[in-house]
Design a protein around this ligand. Structure first.
Ligand SMILES: NC(=O)c1ccc[n+]([C@@H]2O[C@H](COP(=O)([O-])OP(=O)(O)OC[C@H]3O[C@@H](n4cnc5c(N)ncnc54)[C@H](OP(=O)(O)O)[C@@H]3O)[C@@H](O)[C@H]2O)c1
Length: 227
């Protein structure tokens, strides 16, 4: 399959892109810093800031020119701000929404028409367990991720009959650069590893097209971390 992965420069996106290549897929990773990845074998990289629709459209055209029509898109690009509501500036709030919610929308809009035309496709949204519970110090992030899930749930029902599937993934804490170093140090031993999330999501992606994995909840055994 031809698979587009956003946020492929680090963390979950990087682990997933690498795993999907090992499983025989042609993968294009989008990242603002494509040099962080390098292009190796069937993993190609394209520079893209998903906050800009024109940049996204250009990058997706480049990806299609490189590997062919996109069968699967994985939305893993994302940012957070670990601050209480009043300490989160309106600008920070905007950046989080622009990246996590609008960026996901821009990338989906760029790949979906091709999927509908071909009558097959899979959209994978790496959301967060923050949508299913309440974390303090995460209002911007939680709002953005809840937005993606609501958007994807609505989209799923619109395109189900076109044989395009939509999967929301709800990971708990994963040991990636999204967490500041002191929290990774404090909680690293109980966090999940990006490769572990990648293994599970990869299995779900590779399921036959007559079934659809709509939700995946993956949490550390200890549950929520207190930050
Ligand atoms: N870590 C966790 O505990 C956890 C839990 C639940 C869900 N998630 C979600 O999992 C996804 C992956 O996060 P991660 O934990 O793997 O963190 P990460 O290592 O920081 O990965 C996020 C990636 O997003 C990319 N990105 C950010 N802004 C971008 C933009 N404007 N345009 C293009 N790419 C952009 C970054 O690459 P560049 O800087 O190179 O652009 C980075 O590689 C995120 O959506 C996150 O919300 C994470």
């Amino acid at each position: 399959m031809n698979i587009l992965v956003t946020g492929a420069g680090s963390g979950i996106g990087k682990a997933l892109a690498e795993k999907l290549v090992v499983r025989g897929n042609s993968v294009v990773g989008l990242s603002r810093r494509p040099q962080a990845q390098g292009s190796t074998g069937r993993l190609r990289t394209v520079a893209c800031d998903i906050r800009r629709e024109s940049d996204v459209n250009r990058a997706v055209r480049k990806a299609v020119a490189s590997v062919g029509p996109i069968d699967v898109v994985v939305h893993s690009a994302g940012i957070t701000v670990f601050k209480e509501f009043l300490r989160t500036s309106s600008r920070e709030f905007g950046q989080v929404l622009q990246t996590n919610l609008l960026g996901t929308m821009f990338v989906t809009k760029a790949v979906l028409p091709g999927m509908i035309r071909r009558g097959r496709g899979l959209i994978v949204n790496i959301a967060s367990y923050a949508v299913k519970t309440v974390y303090t110090g995460s209002s911007a992030y939680s709002a953005s991720k809840a937005g993606t899930v609501a958007m994807m749930n609505s989209l799923r029902e619109e395109i189900r009959h076109r044989q395009v599937r939509v999967m929301n993934v709800f990971p708990g804490a994963v040991r990636t650069p999204m967490w500041p170093p002191h929290l990774r140090k404090k909680y690293g031993s109980v966090m999940m590893e990006p490769e572990e999330i990648a293994d599970i999501v990869c299995d779900a992606i590779m399921q036959p097209p007559h079934l659809t994995v709509e939700e995946l909840v993956i949490r550390p055994l200890v549950g929520d971390l207190r930050v």
